[in-house]
Design a protein around this ligand. Structure first.
Ligand code: ZN
Length: 291
């Protein structure tokens, strides 16, 4: 079974320590790490279904693991490929789109890079330029994760946090991270010559387990705390409208913001974490997580 290094860009403390790797919009902090984590967690689910293993050293919502520790682990474990998930930033707010970095003279990395861009384009996502960036020593493209890995490695920038359109997708559209992960899983299956197994074609125990728990948010104001909770509980996030359209029963539904009305139909058990405002809701979620 092929195994990848499922690399989550940065850590939960990166923004606090550096003031970078995130954006502040309307006084609220949106951290790159939380998006990167969501993509990696979703990717792991797709890979498992498709028979591809993963190694992770940086965990979601945990302090940053240094780049050298990351590449040392991937090299020691001799994984078959490394995918590092990120979101980009630029002082020019109009710059947008997805791009994939691969080392300039590593043909296998470039083969995966090409497959990734193709699968993102099939999803209908825009690329930054033609989407591929060749990494070279001594230039701005000289990225540790693609340089120091002995094997195939690609670093993906899933859009620009600083562009209003991309920002909306990255931080306010729960399905976007999921679709990025699916594009990556499809590309990896082609890379390893494996058949991609879609969610719809499987009704395994694992799939049923996936809806044991879910988080539902009331408005965008509750999304970031909703994501934090979902990352801890390893489950999906829905907004009211998307949940209403889903044909599923959830065993335990954690309600983050808003009333519980009508949600009983969707779940066996409502866990009410809504406060009378978003700050109270956040407090309730934190105390529920025992922090
Ligand atoms: Zn990054």
């Amino acid at each position: 079974m092929p195994t990848i290094g499922n690399d989550i860009g940065h850590g939960s403390d990166t923004f606090d320590r550096s003031g970078g790797k995130g954006v502040i919009v309307n006084g609220k902090v949106y951290e790159e790490h939380s998006f990167n984590s969501r993509v990696a967690v979703a990717l792991a689910k797709h890979l498992k279904r498709c028979g591809i293993g993963e190694k992770r050293i940086q965990q979601p919502n945990k302090p940053e693991v240094s780049l050298s520790r990351r590449t040392d682990l991937y090299n020691a474990e001799n994984v078959d490929a490394v995918l590092s998930n990120h979101a980009n930033a630029n002082s020019n707010k109009s710059v947008k789109g997805i791009c994939v970095f691969a080392w300039h003279n590593h043909p296998e990395s470039q083969r995966l890079q090409k497959l990734l861009i193709e699968e993102y384009e099939k999803m209908g996502f825009d690329t930054h330029g033609n989407g591929d960036h060749e990494s070279e020593i001594g230039s701005w493209t000289d990225l540790h994760i693609v340089r120091e890995t002995k094997m195939t490695a690609c670093l993906i920038e899933n859009g620009f946090m600083t562009n209003p359109e991309d920002f909306k997708k990255i931080f306010l559209t729960p399905s976007y991270a999921e679709k990025c992960a699916e594009a990556q899983a499809r590309a990896l299956c082609r890379f390893f010559n494996k058949k991609y197994i879609s969610v719809a074609s499987t009704h395994s125990e694992e799939e049923e387990e996936m809806i044991k728990k879910a988080v539902v948010v009331y408005s965008d104001a509750d999304l970031s705390v909703g994501y934090d909770l979902a990352n801890e509980k390893k489950c999906a996030v829905y907004n009211r409208k998307s949940l209403a359209n889903e044909e599923l029963t959830i065993n335990e539904l954690m309600v983050v913001g808003g009333p519980n009305d009508g949600l009983e139909k969707k779940t066996n058990r409502v866990i009410d974490l809504s406060g009378s405002n978003r700050w109270e809701t956040r407090k309730k979620v934190i105390s529920y997580l025992g922090k």
